[in-house]
Design a protein around this ligand. Structure first.
Ligand SMILES: *Cc1c(COP(=O)(O)O)cnc(C)c1O
Length: 405
């Protein structure tokens, strides 16, 4: 029997939810592919992908099928017992990447927390308890636990919560000289997003990534890549590190991993994993059969030439539509990012209008995101229909016209 149907609306949010978000004024109730409908039946095109999560669109039939079949089979056993979906998903992630060992969590922050703890623990066990320095970057985003906001490079997210974990140094992104100036033999890890997402859709340059790899090797530090947003096909390769010709030591993935179902993973090598032992780290829900079965299906679909090769074609359609809009309105200084992690940067004349454009887009029936106050971010489904891109861009152009008038 269904739960009692209490009437709720956007207004209810202000009365019952911790005020850490400011959601748009409509409440989505249904999604199919890249279309979403709200309580009033108004239809939206979704260029936001649940913030780079619903990489196969809403309610993809194969994911729904797995959700139903695994949902009728086994949901949760705890880590006192292992399960088949987790073992299959780990095996497939290992086959598809540099990795040899996998740890499952439930969110990006949780995967990163595990990665940072592992980097510290490895250095402590293999080298010295004083080898604890973590080098990270301004504007980086790694999640909302106290450790992950502290490694993140946005003090507005970490100030006010008491003492922060120590020995974390922040330097400018894409600035190898700045890293050279602070790295030493007490450094246990460099933590970096191959494409900064929340920080403004900023890709790392190849020289920067390759330079970080070399510096880590020189100082026996681990290269930890946060691929929570850039991973699982978003960049046009399964993981963005593949664009750089480097081998990381640890990567984390979450957002698109479950296609909308909460699940995350930290991937590493056998050598690094070997310092861990039962009891050193853990999580109750991590690696549960329901989440892992759905992620396995998502990975099976995303890690195919059809989906991965389709990313760049869709990107081109986005970029050319945005360039056309820019010819008309002269509003962007740059279109940047990789694959379907796209940022349209507002020029100086229109700085700080990102949120207004997001709201105007919603009014026109289009869901977009911002990344800071000057960047409109597009992270749609990797299989979004070309007709949906075209219609969404027509709505986007109307929204911009309204904001500028
Ligand atoms: C979203 C994000 C996170 C945090 O993931 P949660 O699931 O919200 O904990 C961490 N790192 C990056 C790069 C992200 O984009």
């Amino acid at each position: 029997m269904a739960a009692e149907n209490l009437a709720v609306s956007r207004e209810t949010f202000d009365n019952v939810i911790l005020p850490v978000y400011a959601p748009a004024q409509f409440v989505p109730v249904k999604g199919k592919g890249s279309r979403v409908w709200d309580q009033q039946g108004k239809e939206y095109i979704d260029f936001s992908g649940g913030i780079a999560v619903t990489a196969l669109g809403h309610c993809h039939p194969a994911l729904v099928e797995t959700l139903k079949s695994q949902g009728e089979t086994l949901w949760h056993t705890s880590n006192v017992f292992t399960n088949e979906p987790a073992l299959r998903l780990a095996s497939k992630l290992i086959a598809a990447t540099f990795a040899e060992r996998v740890f499952f969590g439930n969110s990006g922050a949780e995967a990163n927390e595990a990665a940072f703890k592992l980097a510290r623990y490895y250095a402590c066990k293999k080298h010295s308890p004083f080898k604890s320095k973590i080098i990270a970057f301004h504007n980086a985003f790694h999640g909302r636990t106290l450790f992950t906001v502290s490694v993140g490079g946005q003090p507005k997210y970490s100030d006010g919560f008491g003492p922060k974990p120590a020995d974390i140094v922040h330097v400018p992104f894409n600035d190898l000289a700045a890293v050279k100036a602070v790295i030493d033999d007490h450094t246990c890890a460099i933590v970096v997003e191959p494409i900064q997402g929340e920080g403004g859709v900023m890709p790392a340059t190849p020289e920067f990534m390759q330079g970080l790899r070399a510096l880590c090797d020189q100082h026996n530090a681990l290269l930890v890549l946060d691929e929570v947003q850039s991973g699982m096909g978003r960049s046009g390769k399964l993981f963005a590190y593949e664009h750089y010709g480097i081998k990381p030591d640890i990567i984390t993935t979450a957002k698109a991993l479950g296609g909308g179902f909460p699940v995350s993973a930290m991937l590493t090598t056998h050598e690094i994993a070997s310092v861990m032992a039962p009891g050193v780290h853990g999580t109750t829900y991590g690696g549960n059969p329901l989440a892992c079965a759905i992620a396995e299906t998502a990975l099976d679909i995303i890690n195919t030439p059809e989906v991965l090769n389709g990313v760049d074609a869709r990107r081109e359609q986005f970029v050319s539509a945005l360039q056309k809009i820019n010819q008309q309105f002269d509003i962007f200084s740059e279109i940047r990012g990789r694959g379907l992690l796209l940022g349209a940067v507002l020029n100086a004349q229109h700085a700080s209008k990102a949120r207004d454009i997001l709201n105007a887009s919603a009014a026109e029936g289009l869901m977009v995101l911002t990344a800071g106050s000057d960047v409109i971010r597009f992270v749609p489904s990797l299989v979004i229909e070309p007709t949906d891109i075209a219609e969404g861009m027509a709505r986007f152009a109307r929204a911009i016209a309204k904001v500028l008038n």
